[in-house]
Write a new protein. Structure first.
Length: 530
């Protein structure tokens, strides 16, 4: 009756493991449970029923540990001779993963804890006091699974949740940290000189939020600190400089990169927090770390920028104000590098195009009519850039042709832009870098793409359909620009991709041009005689 390491009559979840060695008992348990441990687990939270995949939450039986438990806890001799003995299994579960799943399943049965916090309004700290709630406790939920799994539905308890940080704790934090923190600035000394963290920067970067347990753990956030103290940091930091590629006489030339120096804000945040409790004057040391450039000569040299993959030119009449805008934006985009897998956005690259950047007023289409606006004429550059990307075989992410047909552009295969609502975007879907090269004359703008050539691109157009004739509209007022009117029509175009002389795919483009009205500028009506 006493043979084996595990007493006879010992069972685990209905599996008999008695009379065996510890190793034999572990194997018997594994075989006996079989596929039961892989079945979905029935869960009940309040009145809601659901199932959970055991693997999703790391739920498993530790067979070896269970057998060891059976060996180490021998019953009295009477039980061995005449009775049966049930040993609880050793159950493993990932408490964090389980809680994530259960929180979603039990959302309707919970009342969220009002978590305490202290937040600044300007330089004034405002307390948020805790209020209790009802919900799931991760440890108790895990305990319910360890004790109830494979015995029927696991009932997960809904418990009262109290914040770890109490109202008194919030008031104490107000007195000892929140108010003293913004009472005075902090001077930071570095090897390149001193800079000041202002009271406002402290208020924006000092976080006093609570975690899921309702516990406030104050911290200085390095990212918020950088954003709030950017101007002061510039006094001691040296920005890293990326290598700059350019094309000269058809050859790639790369200006060398340079490392920079930046304040180690992670370290600074740690030494800053304790001193914020102290009165003025306050001063802390700040360390500088080397800031490496993102782009180096070596990296650019491996991007395969070696040949012209497309070029496109559009023409304009000399002496017009719009020409100035075309040249300004061309200079801004010249030598832009689009890395593999990245998307180029014209609006994102240039930012807002305003007088400050050198743009002037010129005609644009606004609200269906021609009128002057800063940056007018930019769409000619957008069309030129779009076609260069189109014939380079790059992926069209977003573009929109003009509302009215403009004869100097290829129909359908053209683009207009207007900041910030209308943009031009294309993706470099190759494994090579793409360098955008712009050049111009007094009457033309050219965009050339340099990379490794993948395709020969051709275009075929369908017939113009659904013609619309312009109507005449009379306008009065300052800024009216007369037009002759342009017919509208619909048309499709196909981009054909060729490799080694064979078409491998094609892409359809379609646009419907509205008829531009014939605008007639009438003189303002004379006031009636008084």
């Amino acid at each position: 009756m006493f043979a084996g390491e595990v007493p006879r009559g010992t069972t685990v979840l209905g599996v008999d493991i008695g009379g065996r060695t510890q190793a034999e008992a572990a194997t018997a348990l594994k075989d006996g449970l079989g596929k039961r441990v892989a079945q979905p687990v029935s869960v009940r939270i309040n009145d809601a029923d659901a199932t959970i995949d055991p693997k999703q939450v790391g739920l498993a039986i530790d067979h070896e540990a269970t057998a060891r438990r059976a060996v180490q806890s021998w019953p009295n001799p009477f039980t061995v001779l005449f009775g049966e003995r049930e040993v609880d299994p050793v159950v493993k579960v990932d408490t964090a993963k389980l809680d994530d799943v259960l929180q979603k399943l039990g959302a309707s049965a919970t009342e969220k804890l009002a978590r305490p916090a202290i937040r600044y309004q300007g330089l004034t700290p405002k307390p948020i006091y805790p209020e209790s709630g009802k919900g799931l406790d991760p440890d108790r939920s895990a305990g319910a699974f360890r004790g109830g799994w494979l015995r029927g539905p696991v009932v997960v308890p809904i418990v009262s949740i109290e914040a770890v940080t109490t109202k008194d704790d919030v008031d104490k934090l107000l007195t000892e940290l929140a108010r003293p923190a913004v009472a005075a600035p902090v001077v930071v000394s570095t090897p390149r000189g001193d800079f000041t963290i202002t009271r406002q920067a402290i208020a924006k970067s000092l976080l006093m939020e609570s975690n899921r347990r309702g516990e406030i753990v104050p911290k200085v956030d390095p990212k918020r600190l950088r954003a709030a103290a950017r101007a002061e940091l510039a006094r001691v930091e040296v920005p890293a400089k990326d290598a700059k590629p350019a094309m000269q006489a058809g050859k790639l030339v790369v200006a060398a990169e340079a490392t920079g120096k930046a304040v180690d804000l992670r370290k600074l945040a740690k030494v800053l927090l304790p001193i914020l409790r102290q009165p003025a004057p306050r001063k802390v040391p700040g360390a500088l770390v080397t800031k490496k450039p993102k782009l180096t000569r070596e990296k650019i040299s491996k991007l395969g920028i070696k040949e012209k993959i497309s070029t496109f030119t559009t023409h304009f009449t000399g002496g017009q104000d719009r020409n100035k805008n075309i040249l300004v934006v061309a200079d801004a985009v010249d030598n832009a590098l689009v890395l593999p897998g990245k998307t180029f956005s014209l609006n994102g690259y240039t930012g807002e195009r305003s007088y400050a950047q050198g743009y002037v007023d010129a005609p644009v289409i606004l609200d269906g009519k021609i009128q002057n606006y800063v940056g007018g004429g930019i769409s000619q550059f957008a069309t030129t850039l779009f076609n260069a990307g189109y014939y380079a075989g790059l992926e069209d992410v977003y573009h929109q042709p003009h509302g009215y047909y403009i004869s100097r552009y290829p129909s359908v295969i053209e683009a207009t832009v207007f900041y910030p609502s209308l943009d031009l975007k294309f993706k470099n879907d190759s494994r090579y870098g793409v360098l955008i090269d712009t050049s111009y004359t007094d009457t033309s703008i050219t965009v050339t793409m340099w990379s490794t050539k993948r395709y020969l691109i051709k275009t075929t157009w369908g017939p113009k359909t659904d013609p619309k004739q312009p109507v005449t509209k009379h306008l009065t007022g300052k800024g009216c620009i007369p037009t002759e009117g342009i017919p509208g029509f619909s048309q499709e175009a196909w981009r054909l991709f060729h490799v080694d002389g064979k078409e491998i795919k094609r892409e359809r483009f379609f646009w419907r041009y509205k008829a531009e009205p014939r605008f007639v500028c009438d003189p303002p009506e004379s006031p009636a005689p008084g």
